[in-house]
Design a protein around this ligand. Structure first.
Ligand code: MN
Ligand code: MN
Length: 369
């Protein structure tokens, strides 16, 4: 019961209405202002938290006001991590390719994926979610990894990822060659314990050594399994194809805890069948997803270091990644984008969309009741 007189109540209501009208018109005039080069781009602010608690989320600038080819060079033009207090998800660049065995160039992967991400729009059609509004996502910039010393670089990446968990709950990494998955898995293991792993790749990446070196882009998952970072009951590769060194490669891979969905299997099963097998294998375990862009056919991703014919289409990969909204996704990487071999940003755009699917899956999982 209010002890105010009726006319006082009306006055209060009128002034509240005027206030909110003024706020609305101030917002409208702010929106119509054109950003100029000397001003930082305006970010839209959302207050959306599915659980009901109000949070302020800093989002990318509206592309109807600031052209996509202008503005920040961050992933999807999201804010930098140092512009927000903390993030639910940090996007981390790891420009490193000293672990490659064939074509080098994945050190330029993070900038190519960020460039390919400029066209991403805020609403995800399939998952019916606005990932940038549902979660605070921010770009944490690049790790400085020694290009001359792989062992030191692996340590630097692990240290950077571990420190990043103080400011972000989840990390989605842009590589870099596949060597970087090992230190990222070490950091994820320190936080979550042994994780299930879904690995999209043309290659097993469970070989032992190259030229006596243990840390290369062909060996990260053998090391991860040996180190106890993986839950061996929840690991699988998808998209495997091309010749191996010997049939013992597969036997050793099985011993390390992996199942295989080959590229021809994907054709037989279809995307729905692949997704079902992934979900059966992973269950509700914490799962890390590692996407080597060479899982795609060279027609869909020419810009990569060790291309193999007969791969997945980008449509198949994106649909599989979308399904992770139903799993307990704790981290991900997208690696092996080497833009020097790319044409018309085909690979950079495919990788950017893979990132969008993973970030949207994280947002959708959070939004689920
Ligand atoms: Mn590969
Ligand atoms: Mn790989």
């Amino acid at each position: 019961m209010s002890d105010q007189q009726p006319d006082e109540q009306q006055r209060d209501e009128r002034s509240r209405e005027e206030g909110s009208r003024r706020e609305r018109s101030e917002l409208a005039s702010e929106r119509s202002e054109r950003p100029v080069a000397s001003e930082p781009p305006k970010r839209s602010e959302g207050a959306r938290e599915p659980t009901g608690a109000a949070i302020r989320v800093s989002q990318p600038p509206d592309a109807r006001e600031l052209p996509r080819f202008a503005g920040p060079g961050t992933f999807a033009r999201l804010p930098r991590l140092d512009e927000v207090e903390r993030a639910a998800v940090a996007v981390l660049g790891v420009p490193f390719d000293a672990g490659t065995t064939y074509r080098p160039g994945a050190r330029f992967g993070p900038e190519a994926i960020r460039a390919g991400s400029k066209l991403l729009r805020p609403y995800h059609l399939g998952l019916e979610i606005e990932p940038w509004a549902a979660l605070q996502v921010a770009d944490a910039g690049d790790v400085s990894a020694n290009p001359f010393d792989i062992v030191e670089a692996v340590g630097q990446i692990q240290t950077a990822a571990t420190a990043l968990y103080d400011k972000a709950d989840r990390i989605v990494t842009l590589g870099g060659d596949h060597t970087v998955a090992l230190p990222l898995l070490r950091a994820a293991h320190a936080r979550h314990g042994p994780v299930a792993l879904v690995h999209f790749d043309a290659h097993l990446d469970t070989w032992d050594t190259y030229f006596g070196a243990s840390y290369t882009h062909g060996t990260p998952f053998r090391r991860a399994s040996e180190e106890g970072l993986l839950d061996r009951t929840g690991c699988l590769h998808a998209g495997i194809r091309g010749p191996l060194y010997a049939d013992s490669d597969l036997a050793e891979d099985t011993d390390l805890g992996f199942q295989v969905i080959s590229a021809p299997d994907v054709e037989q099963l279809g995307v729905a069948g692949m997704v079902e097998r992934i979900q059966q294998r992973v269950g509700d375990r914490p799962v890390y997803v590692s996407v080597d862009i060479d899982v795609l056919d060279p027609a869909h991703a020419p810009g990569t270091g060790t291309p193999e014919a007969g791969g997945l289409s980008s449509r198949e990969l994106l649909a599989a990644l979308r399904s992770f909204s139903r799993l307990n996704l704790i981290g991900a990487d997208i690696v092996e984008v080497a833009p020097a071999y790319d044409h018309a940003q085909i690979t950079g755009i495919a990788a950017a969309h893979a990132g969008y699917e993973l970030l949207s899956a994280l947002a959708a999982r959070k939004a689920a009741p």
